[in-house]
Design a protein around this ligand. Structure first.
Ligand SMILES: Nc1ncnc2c1ncn2[C@@H]1O[C@H](COP(=O)(O)OP(=O)(O)O)[C@@H](O)[C@H]1O
Ligand SMILES: [Mg+2]
Length: 243
């Protein structure tokens, strides 16, 4: 099982939009996908039609007393399951700190999923805490959406520094341009001459698109309601580049 995380220190940069759509494209491509919505606000789950928080006990799950897998739900789509967002994720930082082997917590929780899934997609909340650090360590690849603006790039630099500091090992950090609006001079300039940290970014970037905005109205991945849109094609292409 491969694990990819959508992560940034910044909110509102397109993490959840990417997690929802990349998970869907992977399932379409034949992978058995689990989307784990790690955000207490549960936006990814909401887009997949889930309205309720499952009330996961942070203490019981993090200590290994209760299997996390029991909270997994099917989606309306083949080969795609979801572990819904939960208010209780706010307590996970403290629980992870208190664990006997904090570094191993997330890896141990994820390990059983490899029996049923070939891809795990983690949609992370913004910020750096014990849970985020565990994600950086457990993921094979961390995808960082970068809006082509200086502030968003600064957030990427901080992620790269954090990854260095914490010696998270084999994790690859892959930034990609997100919400790019070529009508804006600043966006155009940054896309045309990207800074060094973006040099290894995939060719594909995600444009600013009304089709992405409409996800909230449709509560479905873009390929379901606008399969021929540029946004759907871009998420598909991005998935192909990183898979
Ligand atoms: N490519 C895009 N084009 C237009 N709007 C977008 C795009 N990506 C995200 N959005 C919108 O921006 C807001 C934040 O996106 P979201 O994916 O939830 O960010 P994050 O998970 O990083 O906080 C949402 O309202 C979403 O619909
Ligand atoms: Mg989000």
């Amino acid at each position: 099982m491969k694990t990819i995380a959508l992560y940034s220190l910044k909110g509102g940069v397109g993490k959840t939009a990417a997690a929802v759509n990349l998970a869907f494209e992977a399932a379409q491509a034949g992978k058995h996908v689990l989307l784990w919505d790690l955000d207490p606000q549960g936006a990814a789950s909401w887009y997949y039609g889930i309205d309720e928080s499952p009330d996961i006990s942070a203490k019981r799950v993090v200590s290994g007393k209760e299997p996390l897998g029991r909270y997994i739900q099917p989606t309306d789509y083949e080969r795609l399951s979801i572990l819904p967002g939960d208010r209780g994720y706010r307590d996970w930082d403290a629980q992870i700190h208190a664990a006997k082997q904090p570094r191993k917590v997330l890896e141990n929780l994820i390990e059983p999923f490899s029996e049923s899934y070939s891809l795990l997609v983690l949609d992370c909340p913004p910020g750096i805490g014990a849970l985020a650090t565990s994600v950086l360590r457990a993921a094979d690849r961390v995808l960082v959406p970068v809006v082509p603006t200086p502030l968003s790039l600064r957030a990427l630099d901080e992620v790269l520094e954090h990854v260095d500091d914490k010696k998270v090992g084999k994790t690859r950090v892959t930034p990609f341009f997100s919400m790019a609006d070529r009508r804006r001079k600043m966006h155009r300039e940054m896309i045309e001459s990207p800074p060094a940290t973006m040099k290894k970014a995939p060719k594909t970037f995600i444009d600013y698109s009304t089709h992405v905005e409409q996800m909230g109205a449709h509560r479905a991945p873009i390929s379901v309601y606008a399969p021929r849109s540029r946004a759907a094609a871009q998420y598909r292409a991005l998935y192909e580049e990183i898979s």
